[in-house]
Design a protein around this ligand. Structure first.
Ligand code: ADP
Length: 654
């Protein structure tokens, strides 16, 4: 048995103090003077001395073990970063417990990486000069990998002794050889790496006690690494979610601003340029592909500094780029974003695609450039580029900025396409309205002449005894010309109302009287349709209204009652509407209107009938509502399919 006081690596004998005491009591039970008794007692005294020594050594070993573990625990839970703390633990064990200690861990890619390797200080090391040769990799290259793979500790002794796997014996080296011990670093049932210890030749090889101590140590180091990783991951996740929230806030803000900008393209472009310049900075250039010649056209640009803005504008206008040409053209062709973190005039001069940026870079020094494609409906419609002054101390663009600009670009592209579609639709509507109003004016003059002639003919056929079929045909022609006149007026009203030219000429009017007049003029139409019409007046329906326009309202509502009333009775009421003014109600018992159509029939060119018998342009109710709106009133309709319709107009007295 060999013990080294103060050494942790002692060999603990099988005997222990209790066994010795048992044997001693057995000897004392022998008769005195028995031949074996004195020898037995001598042996017992020696065993007792050994046992006391063993107990002392065990106690020392236990207290040392506690000290090492306590110190290691203190280091691992102290203020040091986890890498420094683990290195300090490795340093703690070399010199006394081991001559060399290393810690390897699995990185995020699963590769084994060396965190630290400590050698004993020369004066304290019993195997100066030979430690280098005893690192585990040199002795058994796969030892650490094996421990990490299996999760089981590994102990190799007798290194350097001929016949053992490992190194050749040192010149003059001792036969006892060196030993090394590799224990896994584990936490939460996962192996995170390994901790390796070497004890040089000439020292007691590692044994069971060392294995237990190193396993305790490794479990503390494993936990510390695991905690540090969890902390790092949670900090990273927190930082990521903060970045994410900030990005989201910006995008929500941009969405809000774009919604406020509406569908007008210049306003949309202005919002994009200013917001991108503000949140990513510094300068922002938006270019769109022109349909005509597929070149990129700078459509908006912003930089907070007016001089830089001016120079940036001359930079992007210097050369119109086609797809594949220059920085922006390359982004269009490739469909990928380009990030140039740090570019100066010299580098731009040397690069073919950046020549136009040279004056800007010469004036403002190195810049960071970032350009993303504007993609909508599956195709690239332009580019969104930003430039940041890195010579002025700003940090270059990062992947984070690229992602943000890409998201902003997606929104910008959608808003631009929406605004363009809206622009095209508005233009088409304007062209149509222009055409209708020109056509209306062109038709009106010959139509007036035609109506005059027909009216004269009608008078002649009524006065003289004309053939009955001639009088009937002339009457038909008169009705058709009247209808034509109404249609032409409706077409002219489209242009007037769309361009805000519906002007009222108010005068003092009696609505009941006006209704009577219109009904009188339409009596023939009512009798032709078979509908009886009844007027009920229970108010003093006076107010200041536009006579011609109110006549138009009455004609529209009453002719619809004739057209869609299926020859059933029609009731017209003029009544008191309380504070709201006067109410005009036109009620028929005809085809009625489905609930889902009730709102849209007041829109331009909207109709709710497909039957060819009911002809019309779908303009009458729209014009009616516009006239009533202009008077500050309102119109509503009730009655479902087959139930007839009731139109209620409320008119303030004006
Ligand atoms: P038009 O009668 O020329 O189609 P209007 O603007 O006057 O145009 O009416 C729009 C639509 O409203 C009509 O096409 C019809 O479907 C519905 N409508 C209007 N008045 C009535 C009514 N009194 N009864 C049933 N449907 C009606």
């Amino acid at each position: 048995m060999e013990f080294r006081a103060g050494g942790v690596g002692m060999q603990v004998p099988q005997d222990n103090f209790m066994t010795v005491m048992d044997r001693m009591s057995h000897a004392l039970e022998q008769p005195v003077g028995a031949p074996s008794a004195s020898g037995l007692l001598r042996e017992l005294v020696r065993s007792a001395a050994d046992a006391v020594l063993v107990a002392q050594v065990q106690e020392e070993a236990a207290s040392l073990r506690l000290r090492v573990l306590a110190e290691a625990g203190g280091l691992l839970s102290g203020p040091l970063e986890w890498e420094e703390a683990v290195a300090a633990v490795a340093q703690l064990v070399v010199g006394g417990f081991a001559d060399w200690c290393a810690v390897d861990f699995l990185d995020e890619h699963g590769a084994l990486r060396r965190l630290t390797a400590r050698h004993a200080h020369e004066e304290r090391s019993p195997c100066t000069g030979c430690l280098e040769a005893f690192t585990p990799e040199r002795v058994r290259p796969s030892a650490i990998t094996e421990v990490v793979r299996t999760g089981c500790p590994l102990l190799v002794t007798g290194l350097g002794v001929p016949g053992t796997r490992g190194l050749a014996p040192e010149a003059g080296g001792r036969e006892s050889g060196g030993s090394f011990l590799v224990v896994p670093l584990a936490a939460r049932h996962r192996t995170l790496g390994a901790m390796s210890f070497v004890r040089g030749p000439g020292r007691e090889p590692f044994g069971e006690a060392e294995r237990m101590l190193t396993e305790d140590l490794a479990s503390r180091v494993g936990l510390a690494i695991d905690h540090a990783r969890l902390l790092r991951e949670s900090r990273a996740a927190e930082a990521e979610s903060r970045r994410h929230a900030a990005r989201l806030r910006i995008l929500v803000d941009v969405d809000r601003l774009l919604a406020q900008a509406g569908l007008e393209l210049p306003a949309v472009l202005d919002v994009i340029a200013h917001k991108v310049s503000e949140v990513i900075g510094d300068g922002c250039v938006l270019q769109l592909i022109r349909e005509e010649d597929s070149t990129l056209e700078p459509v908006t640009l912003h930089h907070p500094d007016p001089e830089a803005r001016w120079l940036l504008a001359s930079t992007v206008h210097a050369r119109r780029q086609r797809s594949g040409e220059g920085l922006h053209g390359g982004v269009v062709l490739g469909g990928h974003s380009v990030l140039l973190p740090d570019i100066d005039a010299e580098a731009a001069r040397a690069s073919e695609g950046l020549a136009e940026y040279v004056p800007y870079l010469e004036r403002y020094g190195a810049q960071s450039l970032l350009v993303v494609p504007l993609r909508a409906q599956g195709r690239v419609v332009g580019t969104l580029g930003v430039v940041r002054d890195v010579a002025g101390g700003s940090r270059p663009y990062t992947e984070e900025d690229r992602l943000l600009l890409k998201s902003l670009g997606e929104r910008a592209a959608l808003a631009i396409v929406g605004a363009r579609l809206y622009g095209a639709a508005t233009e088409a509507v304007r062209l149509r309205d222009d055409f209708l109003s020109v056509a209306g004016h062109e038709l009106k003059t010959p139509l007036c002449a035609l109506r005059l002639q027909i009216q004269m003919l009608a008078r002649l056929t009524r006065g003289e005894a004309a053939a009955p079929d001639v009088a009937e045909r002339v009457a038909k022609a008169e009705r058709a010309s009247e209808r034509l006149a109404v249609l032409v007026d409706e077409l002219l009203d489209v242009g007037r109302i769309s361009s805000g030219r519906l002007l009222l000429e108010r005068e003092e009017l009696d609505l009941a009287q006006l209704t009577r007049e219109v009904l009188g003029r339409m009596s023939e139409a009512f009798s032709r349709s078979g509908s009886e019409v009844r007027l009920i007046v229970d108010a003093v329906p006076a107010g200041r209204w536009d006579r011609m326009r109110l006549e138009q309202v009455l004609v529209n509502l009453l002719s619809n009652a004739v057209k869609y009333g299926r020859g059933q009775p029609v009731e017209v009421r003029v009544e008191e509407g309380g504070q709201k003014g006067v109410r005009l109600v036109v009620k028929d018992h005809g085809i009625g209107i489905a609930p889902e159509d009730r709102a849209r029939i007041f829109e331009r060119f909207e109709r709710a009938v497909e039957d060819k018998r009911y002809q019309g342009l779908g303009l009458g109710l729209w014009i009616t509502r516009e006239i009533i709106d202009a008077h500050g009133g309102s119109i509503q309709v009730h009655g479902g399919p087959g139930e007839g319709s009731t139109f209620t107009v409320t008119l303030p007295r004006g």
